[in-house]
Design a protein around this ligand. Structure first.
Ligand code: NAD
Length: 264
């Protein structure tokens, strides 16, 4: 690619993308709301709020691909979620429609299906069961991506990210963890596969403890290498496993299922 846009480039995953996706494009265009520091020679920085339609149009113009990591990443008030994850997604897809229809990797979330029980195994065909307003906004994003694919041919990988952190930090994360290495491998596959379509992908490493079936996206050639099992002994020594009646032990979305509505 000539130019790859990374939104949310100051965030936890976006900052990893900034460092580790340099081989994917001549130029990385980095965006966020806050300070992104000085651009390296292969970088461009364009700060903007995703809720600003005109700014998002300028942001997307001239990009061949988008890794969309920007957005509200936890439960929050409706105003915050609406601006970043509803208006922001619409602005991004409208900009993509008008400016060359770049391929998009969209950071959806396991919270789109958080009310499934941990005893259930699900695949991409399972009906959504969001566990809060944040999860609902991620479902909206998936629906938007699907519509822009069917109607306008924009291809999107909707990645229902589990827990993408340096290492699992809870027992639930033994099932939801995705290493940064496996995420970067996924980004490479998404942008290299000749025909992507608009698949739902569970963003999770090759953990022994798993609830999610990615058989339908075997065509991507993505083979996660890491396995949370190597962290189990450490976690067991650091903390007690959650009580079996606790949301963190019952639902795939964990504690998000027990959160209320965040008022202003
Ligand atoms: N980290 C995970 O395990 C995980 C799990 C599921 C889904 N996700 C999704 O992946 C994406 C990245 O996650 P993360 O952990 O890096 O989150 P993060 O909160 O660290 O980063 C998100 C970035 O988006 C920016 N942002 C928020 N609202 C914005 C707005 N209105 N305009 C412009 N920028 C805005 C924030 O400033 C932040 O830099 C998010 O969309 C999140 O919902 C992450």
């Amino acid at each position: 690619m000539k130019r790859l846009l990374i939104t949310g480039a100051a965030g936890g995953i976006g900052s990893v993308c900034r460092k580790r996706l340099t081989h994917m494009a001549d130029t990385l265009r980095l965006s966020g709301r806050g300070d992104l520091g000085e651009p390296a020679p292969h970088e461009e920085i364009m700060l903007c709020d995703l809720g600003d339609k005109i700014a998002v149009e300028e942001l997307v113009e001239g990009c061949d691909g988008i890794v969309h990591m920007g957005g509200q990443s936890t439960e929050a008030s409706w105003d915050v979620i609406r601006n970043a994850n509803i208006e922001g997604m619409f602005n991004l897809y409208e900009a993509a429609r008008k400016h060359g229809k770049p391929r998009i990797l969209y950071a959806s979330s396991n919270h789109a299906i958080g009310f499934y029980r941990q005893s259930q195994n699900i695949d991409a065909t399972a009906p959504v069961r969001p566990d809060g307003l944040y999860g609902v906004s991620k479902v909206f994003g998936e629906a938007l991506a699907s519509m822009y694919h069917d109607k306008f041919g924009i291809e999107t990988a909707c990645v229902r990210i589990g827990s993408c952190f340096p290492e699992p930090t809870s027992h639930r994360m033994l099932s939801t963890w995705m290493s940064f290495d496996d995420f970067i491998r996924l980004v490479e596959c998404v942008f290299r596969v000749p025909v992507l379509g608009c698949p739902i992908i569970y963003g999770v490493s090759a953990n022994d403890a798993t609830w999610w079936d990615n058989t339908s996206v075997a065509y991507l050639g993505w083979q996660p290498h890491d396995n949370s099992e190597s962290h189990r002994a450490r976690l067991d020594s650091e903390m007690a496993a959650p009580n079996r009646n606790a949301p963190d032990a019952i639902y795939q979305g964990g504690m998000f299922t027990a959160d209320g509505i965040h008022e202003e």
